[in-house]
Design a protein around this ligand. Structure first.
Ligand SMILES: [Zn+2]
Ligand SMILES: [Zn+2]
Length: 143
């Protein structure tokens, strides 16, 4: 994802308003690899900008998604997560206990559907989700 300054310019070029609230979100997302939920992003944003609304956070991440600067992920953890890593094709490790999501690189080039299994679909993308228990949750789970 681009830097906060680059995004500010990009938004302005497209005639979108850039408020200090939006710039806080740009800064929080840049280089962020923990796939925060929109709610978590809102909580972090509020600590620096108490006047920010959840609606602004949603609107901003949707605008960023429309511009291809973030991906909004629904990996079955019950919340939409924001993924600013759009530069590198990757898949995800998902903790089934705490919902933590981390990037993982795995070669799926050899993964093909036989024509009869494609059911008329033109497949454009493959997303692999590795689900399990993360190291932190493993420590607190009863044995
Ligand atoms: Zn966990
Ligand atoms: Zn990711």
């Amino acid at each position: 994802m681009k830097t906060a300054d680059e995004l500010t310019n990009l938004f302005r070029e497209r005639g979108l308003r850039v408020t200090p609230q939006r710039q806080v979100i740009f800064r929080l997302l840049h280089g962020n690899d923990v796939h925060p939920t929109v709610e978590a992003l809102y909580d972090s944003a509020r600590t620096v900008m108490p006047t920010i609304s959840l609606k602004t956070v949603y609107q901003t991440v949707h605008d960023l998604e429309a511009m291809g600067e973030v991906t909004l992920l629904d990996v079955g953890t019950g919340s939409v997560r924001v993924d600013p890593n759009v530069e590198h094709r990757h898949h995800h490790l998902i903790c089934t206990v705490c919902g933590k999501v981390r990037d993982v690189t795995v070669d799926v080039d050899g993964l093909r559907l036989a024509p009869r299994d494609r059911r008329g679909f033109n497949v454009e993308d493959v997303q692999v989700h590795f689900r399990g228990v993360c190291d932190e949750c493993e420590l607190i789970l009863p044995v």
